[in-house]
Design a protein around this ligand. Structure first.
Ligand code: TXA
Ligand code: MG
Length: 327
């Protein structure tokens, strides 16, 4: 469906469900980031998701369901470890790579053998998914490679003219994408660090998580440049970066303390109290704000590399990877 009017933002679950059931797309609030949803049984709508996001066809989508039970018809049998993780973390910000049923639309998995599944906890997402009774395929609702949306206005900015409706769910409470976990044989592999800290996953599994072996697109959110603003971003200690960019008009992204020698209006703090959860929730909106300032680049200070800090640093480094100007 090609829509030229700007998207309506509203909180009517029935309107959203009707659009999806007729093969349209809807902006979907979740506790991590907003998604761009298509019903998984509507192949044309799923194709449209790739088209609107300008997403490479090799980069598969996450299936979202109201519960594991409601998603079972699209899965094949799960191992005990998978059942254990699902029971422990769902609904919540964990995506599991699971064996899929043969009839699942291959566009959703980009031809890969497993399907990514997540059960969001957000009450608006739950209400919609329970009404639909069928899962939706939903990547983050941003243009491919750019900053993820953590409120309905971010979705409207990037995709507004192309979708008829964005469900209002308020600012995403976590603000960072789900962690993605899968198994290679008995080995548990973390494909994307995210909203459930690695340490928490390891504690629940009772084993340490491995890095993905292959560099192919097992979880293309892991490709180098991703989650990036439209101006260059550099990561490192503030003093050092300021020396390197001394002739430029820069903006600063800092963890908890303002930097004295630069005007405060060109700085954004992630968490004045030094709290990683607050920092995660602020990350993308702070980057959206900085990108709109009249500055030539963003200098970002890395956070402590533990818990959620690990996922935040991962996003910052990917946003910084070899800048290419937007087309
Ligand atoms: O928190 C989230 O996960 C958000 C909200 C909307 O749920 N979604 C999200 O989707 O971040 P997206 O499309 O931006 O990132 C999904 C990641 C991609 O890196 C993709 O490659 C990986 O999941 N993925 C999806 N299906 C996969 C599969 N079958 N095998 C391996 N990786 C997969
Ligand atoms: Mg994304």
């Amino acid at each position: 469906m090609n829509v030229n009017m700007p998207a309506r933002i509203g909180s009517d679950i029935k309107i959203a469900a009707d659009i999806l059931q007729k093969g349209g797309l809807v902006g979907l609030p979740t506790e991590t980031v907003y998604g761009l949803a298509a019903l998984c049984t509507q192949p044309k709508a799923v194709a449209e998701v790739y088209h609107i996001k300008k997403r490479p066809l090799e980069n598969p989508l996450i299936l979202h369901s109201s519960s594991l039970e409601a998603a079972r018809p699209w899965l094949s049998a799960l191992s005990q470890d998978m059942e254990h993780l699902a029971a422990h973390f769902w609904p919540g910000p964990l995506t599991l790579l699971l064996p899929k049923a043969a009839h699942l639309d291959p566009q959703i998995t980009a031809g890969l053998p497993r399907v990514a599944l997540r059960i969001p906890a957000h009450p608006v997402a739950q209400a919609l998914l329970q009404r639909l009774k069928v899962p939706v395929a939903a990547p983050s609702a941003n243009l491919s490679g750019y900053l993820s949306p953590t409120c309905s206005a971010h979705v409207a900015e990037q995709l507004g003219p192309h979708i008829p409706y964005i469900l209002e769910g308020g600012p995403s409470s976590i603000g960072l994408e789900s962690s993605i976990l899968g198994f290679e044989g008995k080995k548990a592999v973390l494909y994307r660090p995210g909203a459930v800290p690695k340490e928490t996953l390891e504690q629940t599994l009772g084993t340490s998580l491995q890095q993905p072996q292959s560099s192919v697109w097992q979880a293309p959110g892991m490709q180098a440049r991703h989650y990036a603003p439209r101006i260059p971003l550099h990561v490192g200690p503030t003093e050092k970066l300021l020396r390197q960019h001394r002739s430029e008009n820069v903006g600063l992204l800092r963890f908890s303390k303002l930097y004295n020698a630069l005007p405060t209006e060109r700085q954004r703090l992630l968490s004045p109290s030094g709290d990683l959860q607050t920092a995660a929730a602020r990350l993308f909106s702070a980057l959206h704000e900085l990108e709109k300032m009249k500055i030539s680049c963003i200098l970002a200070e890395p956070l402590p590399n533990t818990g959620l800090g690990r996922a935040i640093n991962d996003r910052l480094c990917r946003a910084a990877a070899s800048y290419t100007p937007p087309h």
